[in-house]
Design a protein around this ligand. Structure first.
Ligand SMILES: Cc1cc2nc3c(=O)[nH]c(=O)nc-3n(C[C@H](O)[C@H](O)[C@H](O)COP(=O)(O)OP(=O)(O)OC[C@H]3O[C@@H](n4cnc5c(N)ncnc54)[C@H](O)[C@@H]3O)c2cc1C
Length: 547
């Protein structure tokens, strides 16, 4: 089996992965794998923008307070302040990569506003901010020596010393990966593995996330024994375009920020019935209100009305959204835009510090796959790209000058089954990937069915409004499905689809377990059985799998 060695092993090529790789390349050899093309990631789809206090009338304290309020006071105040305060450095990193954020005629930043923000503090590049950032970072990564980019390579499982039978403290030393084009399975060996694999939006039937968002990193880390936190908090974006041909197209919150009202089919605004902030209430409230109006009236969707802004403004400010709506026969300047809520963002994830440290030595987590304490029970709009930027920077600042190494510590003899590499460093041996008696899969339809079943049952039983009964039903079914998937996994040779299915099922189980453990309604977790918020905020921490 081939083994690829590197100082830093980054999994994922969104904002978190590319920025981590760019910073770490200054310190050593980086290998970056991504399971699709580099631009296949949530980052590429971000529309609204990136939060950062830039206006002299705004303050970090106000940004931190808005974040805490949106997060229903479950966020970690220290973490929230730290990330908000480091945001300007992260923005500078992007500008260095060549990102051109929108400016006004007088040369000042054209800051926009989204739900839950008390000030205009969102930098944007039209309504394709993510795409602009992603392409600028990709260009920079391709030009940076020392970054070995491997597209179409999916991480299968983390390499843990204890599981491999190596002595010493249990630590992560890389991962088995599969080249999707050839089917070859090999190992990437590194004392520093950085998961930047994004969220698990695909666990729900309706989502605005691309196909890559199958929660792989969260499942890999949990299987390796890492703690995961707050998985019950899944953010549903309230306004996904509702059209049979529009797969996962989002109508950015910035559209409401610029004056759009949520209305019913007769053009009647309804949000003030639910919240005094109306259409600019935080996302969880807006999503629940739309869900409630749809259930109450039996309608298939609700609508956004931004006709008052006029065509010229809409074409200039939202060129991508305007054109996409037009391609579906909806003229934003004349028509109401049909919208429904859809799974959007994973607030929980691998328990991690702002500088990426997880509960496993040698393993870091950055971006949407991590739970740092910034979002609490609900993410404030446009705080996620900021978190990815800042945490990539802080992780590199920790791992760059003080990386984990293969050395075993002062005075200790090297553990058994370790050998010296050509550079004189001690490297652990990695066993061949074992296929056992697995045979090529002959019933791919089973995988497709299990995949559909998980996504539908999560949508039906673990969605925007939850109950104990629905969660119990989901838990029972997921347990059975996980057993079936496990059998399938060992019986047949692995394929990218089975790997993703296995990870999706783990994420579904973690979400349900966390939701059942929370006996209150807070932020994104709303249950009819415990409709009130508990007095004391508490995180839901699940221990990693130890099997
Ligand atoms: C439609 C949409 C609009 C959004 N708008 C905004 C916005 O305006 N502002 C904002 O702040 N946030 C926004 N978000 C959220 C934001 O885009 C994400 O939270 C952020 O991009 C996450 O970055 P990331 O690098 O952590 O993950 P991602 O960008 O999702 O990258 C994850 C990467 O990991 C790779 N990967 C996953 N598993 C594996 C594996 N097993 N092996 C190898 N590679 C793997 C994927 O292929 C991908 O490259 C939006 C999200 C969506 C979906």
């Amino acid at each position: 089996m081939r083994i690829v060695d590197c100082d830093y092993f980054v999994v994922g090529s969104g904002m978190a992965g590319l920025m981590s790789a760019l910073h770490l390349a200054a310190y050593g050899k980086v290998t970056l794998v991504t399971k699709g093309r580099l631009a296949d990631c949530n980052t590429n789809f971000a529309q609204g923008g990136i939060c950062c206090v830039m206006d002299p009338s705004d303050t970090f304290d106000r940004h931190a307070r808005d974040t805490m309020i949106a997060g229903a006071w479950l966020g970690d105040t220290k973490v929230v302040h730290e990330i908000c305060e480091h945001a300007p450095e992260g923005i500078r990193d992007l500008i260095d990569c060549g990102v051109k954020f929108a400016k006004k005629r007088d040369g000042s930043w054209d800051l926009t506003r989204e739900g839950g923000h008390s000030s205009r503090r969102i930098l944007h590049a039209g309504d394709i901010t993510g795409e602009k950032c992603e392409s600028a970072m990709i260009r920079r990564v391709r030009r940076t020596p020392g970054i070995d980019v491997r597209e179409g390579v999916i991480a299968i499982d983390l390499l843990m010393t204890k599981r491999l039978g190596l002595a010493g403290e249990n630590r992560c030393i890389g991962a088995y990966v599969m080249d999707k084009a050839t089917g070859e399975i090999y190992a990437v060996r590194s004392p520093n593995t950085i998961l930047a694999t994004g969220g698990c939006g695909k666990v729900y039937l309706y989502t605005c996330n691309p196909d890559t968002a199958t929660g792989d990193g969260i499942a890999l880390a949990w299987r390796a024994g890492a703690k995961v936190e707050n998985m019950e908090f899944i953010q549903f974006h309230p306004t996904c375009l509702y059209h049979p041909q529009a797969r996962r197209f989002l109508i950015s919150e910035a559209v409401r920020g610029e004056g759009a009202e949520l209305v019913d089919a007769h053009g009647r605004p309804f949000m003030r019935k639910y919240d005094p902030r109306g259409s600019l209430a935080p996302r969880d409230i807006v999503a629940r209100s739309i869900d409630s109006e749809m259930k109450r009236t039996g309608a298939d969707c609700m609508f956004l009305d931004i006709r008052k802004r006029g065509r010229k403004y809409l074409v200039e400010r939202f060129p991508n959204i305007y054109q996409t709506c037009k391609s579906f026969g909806i003229d934003m300047a004349k028509d109401l835009i049909p919208v429904v809520p859809a799974a959007h963002y994973t607030c929980g994830g691998i328990q991690a510090t702002t500088d990426g440290r997880t509960s496993i030595r040698g393993l870091s987590a950055v971006g949407e796959c991590a739970c740092t304490g910034l979002h609490g029970a609900n993410r404030l709009a446009s705080n996620s790209l900021m978190e990815a930027l800042v945490c990539a920077r802080l992780t590199a600042a920790r791992l760059g000058p003080h990386p984990e190494t293969w050395e075993t510590g002062k005075g200790k003899p090297p553990p058994p089954r370790l050998r010296r590499s050509s550079h004189g460093a001690v490297k652990p041996e990695i066993p061949e990937w074992r296929t056992g008696s697995a045979v090529p899969p002959d019933e791919a339809v089973l995988v497709a069915h299990m995949w559909d079943e998980i996504r539908r049952l999560m949508w039906d039983y673990v969605g925007i409004v939850r109950t104990n009964k629905r969660l119990d039903r989901a838990a029972r079914r997921i347990r059975t499905l996980r057993r079936e998937i496990r059998d399938y996994y060992f019986r047949y040779l692995v394929t990218p689809d089975t790997l993703e299915l296995r990870n999706l099922a783990v994420c579904a189980e973690l979400i349900v377990r966390s939701a059942r453990a929370r006996h209150e309604s807070r932020g994104l977790h709303y249950t009819l059985d415990y409709p009130r918020m508990a007095k004391r905020p508490k995180q839901t921490v699940l221990p990693g799998f130890h099997g």
